[in-house]
Design a protein around this ligand. Structure first.
Ligand code: SAM
Length: 287
């Protein structure tokens, strides 16, 4: 299921509007990875006119797309108004052509047509009926259009196996706990439908032609700059709340030390913090 650690809210129901800052920070840290994906999009679609960023959040990627394709109109589609306000502010400040569209996926696609690129960045797995979302996106695409689906990859790693405090292997246990959280999050979604996460098969079921799957690496070795630490601390704070019920007390104590800004063994101060992540992207074309 890949890296879905970055955007978890506190409970099973996410309050997206309150998460603008942390989603934005994460996307900024991941900019080098998104730049590689955008290059891969450009190879397939050199001069798009209309790009839809479906589940854009605060628009870091919408702006990166607008910058990479200055001739295109980028539509940032999301159902969280506070996030779209951030997206609009970011675009205006950079003088980029981004139009925000407040609406629900899949329904909001009905008002869109002729898209050359539809980008789903970690958003599809937050929609209850993922098949309906892909089918609606496909209908809004131009012939020859490209769907770019970011789902799956490897869970991010940011500390060595043995960190000198607590029981080694903390991150592996966090990942297992996160899977429990993720399953509960998905089943609580409106219109929740269970799907086997064979993404190319789901794209094909939406009437699109799968056009390749590739994974992209984010490799930020230690020592990392403060912004990367900020992101990891924000991510771990959310993750601690989301997974607390599934973790042993010893691990919760270790997390508290990692989150303590004054602890030399904490994420703010320790020298061995890095960020290694792999994001899988599934491409599909509308014939
Ligand atoms: C994890 S964030 C990803 C944001 C952005 N794509 C990025 O990569 O930084 C998921 C986004 O999907 C939006 N979202 C979730 N379900 C949605 C739905 N049914 N309709 C529209 N947007 C939705 C959330 O508001 C949130 O902004």
């Amino acid at each position: 299921m890949g890296d879905h650690s970055h955007h978890h809210g506190h409970g099973k129901d996410l309050d997206w509007n309150a998460m603008g800052e942390s989603i934005e920070l994460r996307a900024e840290v991941y900019r080098p990875l998104y730049a590689q994906i955008i290059d891969a999009v450009r190879e397939r679609m050199p001069d798009p006119s209309l790009i839809i960023d479906a589940g854009s959040g605060p628009g870091v990627v919408s702006c990166a797309l607008a910058e990479a394709f200055p001739r295109a109109e980028v539509v940032a589609l999301d159902n969280a108004p506070a996030l779209l306000e951030r997206a609009q502010r970011r675009a205006d400040a950079a003088g980029l052509r981004v139009r925000t569209l407040l609406g629900q996926i899949p329904d909001a696609f009905a008002g869109l047509a002729g898209a050359d690129v539809v980008w789903f960045g970690h958003s599809l797995h937050h929609v209850g009926d993922q098949k309906a979302a892909l089918a609606a996106a496909a209908r809004a695409m131009a012939a020859g259009g490209l769907l770019v689906l970011l789902e799956g990859g490897l869970p991010a790693r940011w500390l060595p196996r043995d960190i000198g405090i607590g029981r080694p292997g903390l991150q592996a246990r966090l990942e297992a706990a996160r899977e429990e959280w993720f399953a509960a999050m998905r089943s609580a979604l409106p219109d929740a439908r269970h799907e086997v996460e064979d993404w190319p098969a789901l794209l094909a079921a939406a009437g699109l032609k799968p056009a390749g799957t590739r994974s992209f690496l984010l490799d930020l070795p230690a020592p990392v700059p403060p912004k990367v630490r900020d992101h990891l601390i924000a991510m771990l704070e959310r993750e601690r709340e989301a997974t607390a019920e599934h973790l042993p007390a010893e691990d919760l104590a270790t997390l508290d030390r990692l989150l303590d800004p004054d602890d030399p063994a904490g994420l703010r101060r320790r020298p061995d913090v890095f960020l290694l992540d792999a994001q899988t992207v599934h491409f599909a074309v509308k014939e």
